[in-house]
Design a protein around this ligand. Structure first.
Ligand SMILES: [Zn+2]
Ligand SMILES: [Zn+2]
Length: 337
């Protein structure tokens, strides 16, 4: 089969890879229908994270072609959406809704490919009610990570009726955090973005205000918009020192920060944190917790998160997709397989 390998920073190639096979009786093999490039794939692409001939990709939708002997719920022929972390969905951590930290949690070995092996198929995958119309595929694919992650961030930040929500980060996750906050009933949603095209999508997803300033100037703006108090809920969707401190400082005492940007060299000053009085909750999103609900919202055409994909390329042109996202010419790239 064909699949994407990142050999080194900025060296992405589509190559022949071994077809995956069932290894554990709880595995399934899927024929990938669509995959995508994640903002987190840019960390190794830019050399921030180690990379060494790594099969890429962890977001996917597809059709089940094979199941192991112990798979009970998922059937061959099902169209499925899965989380970017495999989880058994039965342990105490999963039952509490934190499937990305399942005691058996495991990553996936490269879904930017024609086929993929999905561990713990019954715990990881959710079948759609039937074969989706083609126009639903981008949104279902978004549910696999960026929508689920934005949703978790909004839930962790306790976005809801009567709340003012600020969103740090205008990548796909931040934009879908806005969509989630809106669905959860937030009264006011402040998007922090300097890009006109992303601001437009932010407004379409429910943002009521745009703040272009960042860092301390951005925090001042948020305070000005909230009677000097700060937002009730802040979504952090970047993962840098500046963005994390911007999120904490933009939150009012007693408010909540939902942080989902993968943390890179972030160090929190203890005394400032102590006196901030904010709740911090985040981490790798337990996408699996939200998948049944998100799939239904998409199936019923109540939300259209697939709009975050602004470039679609065939798998063979994956390298162009990485380049476009690196140069911020694309927010999120869908790969058709
Ligand atoms: Zn991702
Ligand atoms: Zn578990």
């Amino acid at each position: 089969m064909r699949g994407v390998i990142m050999h080194a920073p900025r060296d992405v190639r589509v190559e022949d890879r071994e077809n995956p096979t069932i290894i554990e009786p709880t595995d399934a093999i899927i024929r990938v229908t669509a995959s995508c490039i994640c903002g987190s794939d840019l960390w190794p692409y830019r050399g921030t994270d180690e990379v060494d001939d790594t099969p890429m990709g962890h977001e996917y939708v597809g059709i089940v072609t094979q199941i192991g002997d112990d798979v009970r719920e998922i059937k061959v022929g099902d169209f499925v959406v899965g989380s970017f972390f495999a989880s058994d969905n039965t342990c105490e951590i999963c039952q509490a809704g934190y499937q990305s930290r399942c005691v058996h949690a495991t990553g996936l070995d490269g879904t930017q490919a024609e086929y993929a092996r999905i561990p713990f198929a019954d715990g990881t995958l959710v079948a759609t009610p039937g074969r989706p119309d083609a126009d639903l595929i981008p949104s279902l694919l978004a549910a696999s990570d960026v929508l689920g992650t934005g949703w978790f961030a909004a839930v962790a930040a306790e976005a809801g009726p009567g709340k003012t929500v600020a969103v740090v980060g205008d990548g796909a996750v931040g934009l879908l955090g806005i969509l989630a906050a809106n669905e959860l009933g937030a009264e006011r949603i402040i998007a922090m973005s300097r890009h006109a095209d992303r601001q437009a999508l932010a407004r379409e997803f429910g943002a009521t205000d745009i703040v272009e300033a960042r860092g301390d100037a951005g925090v001042d703006k948020i305070k000005k918009l909230t009677n000097g108090l700060g937002a009730h809920s802040v979504i952090e969707a970047v993962g840098t020192q500046e963005s994390m401190m911007q999120a904490i400082r933009a939150t009012r005492p007693g408010g909540h920060v939902g942080y989902v940007g993968v943390s890179h060299d972030v160090e929190l000053p203890g005394l400032e944190l102590f006196f901030s009085g904010v709740h911090l909750h985040g981490g790798p999103a337990p996408v699996r917790r939200f998948l049944p609900q998100l799939i239904q919202l998409i199936w019923d055409r109540k939300i259209d998160p697939g709009k975050v994909f602004d470039l679609t390329l065939p798998l063979e042109q994956a390298a162009d997709g990485y380049k476009a996202m690196d140069e911020r010419r694309a927010t999120k790239v869908l790969l058709t397989v």
